[in-house]
Design a protein around this ligand. Sequence first.
Ligand code: SAH
Length: 366
Amino acid sequence: ASDVYKRQDSSVVDDSLKLPYEDIKSLTKAELTQLIGALGEKKFRAEQVYDWIHRKLITDYEDMKNVPKLLKEKLADISPLTVVTQVDKQVSAIDGTAKYLFKLADGNLIESVLMRYRFGNSVCISSQAGCRMGCRFCASTLNGLSRSLLPSEMLDQIYRIQADTGERVSHVVIMGTGEPFDNYENVRRFITLLTDENGINIGARNLTISTCGIVPRIRQFADEQLQVNLAISLHAPNDELRKTLMPVANKYSIEELMDACRYYVDKTSRRITYEYSLVKGVNDGKEQALELIHLIKGMNCHVNLIPVNPIKERDFKQTEGPQISSFKNLLEKNGIACTIRREMGRDIDGACGQLRKSHLDEDNAE
Ligand code: SAH
C-alpha cells in the first residue's frame, strides 16, 4: 500500500524506510541505494536517482525522465527535494564576480559568491544562516545565528550556480556566512557528497574550509585525514588583541590554536593559510607584524592579508596601501609566504554577509 512509506505517520513506517539523515539530497549513494532497495526497487534505480540529483542537478523529482512515476512519488512522499531559490543576483562589471542571494525552504536567506579565476570557477558558500561567533568586523554575525544548514543546502548553492552559469564549478571555499565547525556533522557530510566521484566530484584539494579557530573541531577534522585546505582566521598575533576582535579568543588561546594547526599539518601534510584582516591602527603595525612572524615562523603556512572591508555598523577602517605593503614586506623578508587578497566585485555589495544583511534590513523596515 502506498501509505506504508509515509514518514508523517510513524506508526506505519517500516524501520528500513526511515531516512538515515534529514533529507534525500543529504544521503550518500550507499544510503540512497539502501533506501531505494527498501522501497522494493532495483539497485540501478538508485544510480539513476543519485545521478539526477547530484550530476544533472534537477530541482524537482518529476524531472527524472527515466524513473518510474511511482518511485518519484514515493521519494517525494519521504522527503521533498531540497533546493535553494535564487531571490537576488548581483554581477560585478569589473571582474564577473556574482553574488547570489538564496532563500531556503523555511524562508531563511543565505548568500553565496561565484568568483572567476584563471584556474576555474570558485564558489564561496555559507554553512549557516547567520552566525553566533560575534567577530567584531563581520556583517554576518550582526543578527546572530538563525540556524545551521543541511548538507543538501550547502550542496545546492553550488548546484544552482553551476546550473545558472552553465559552467563547471571547480573550486569551493566554505568562507561565506557561518562557522563551519559550529555545524561539524553537516559540513563533514557535505564534504563527502561534494567529493563523491558519482556526484559533482570536486576534489578535496580544491576545497578550502575557513574557521575562526574552534580548537577541538580542528583536531577532529585533522583526524579525518582529508586533503582539504584549512584556513584559520587569525587576525591578531596575541590573545589580548585577538580578544578585542574575536570573542572565540576568550575560549581558545593562540597557543592552543597553533598546536591544533601544527597537528593538522602533521596529519594531512597540507599547508595552512592564516587569514589576517588588516584594520587601520589596530593590528597593522610593525610590532604586530614582528609578533606574527615570531608566532608562525617555520610552519608550513601562508598568510593571506585582507584589507578589512568596512561595515557601516562599526568604525573599523582599512589599512592603506603603503602600510599593507610594508606589513607584507616584513613578513616576506622573514621567509613567510604572503599574499594580499585581491578584492573582487568591489562594485557589488562589498563585505561578506552584506547582501544578506541589506535584505534583512529592508524586510525589517517594511
Ligand atoms: N567563520 C569562518 C568563515 C567565514 S568568514 C571564519 O571565521 O573563518 C570568512 C573570512 O572573512 C574570515 O577570515 C573572516 O574573519 C573574514 N571577514 C569577515 N568579515 C570581514 C570584513 N568585514 N573584512 C575582512 N574580512 C572579513
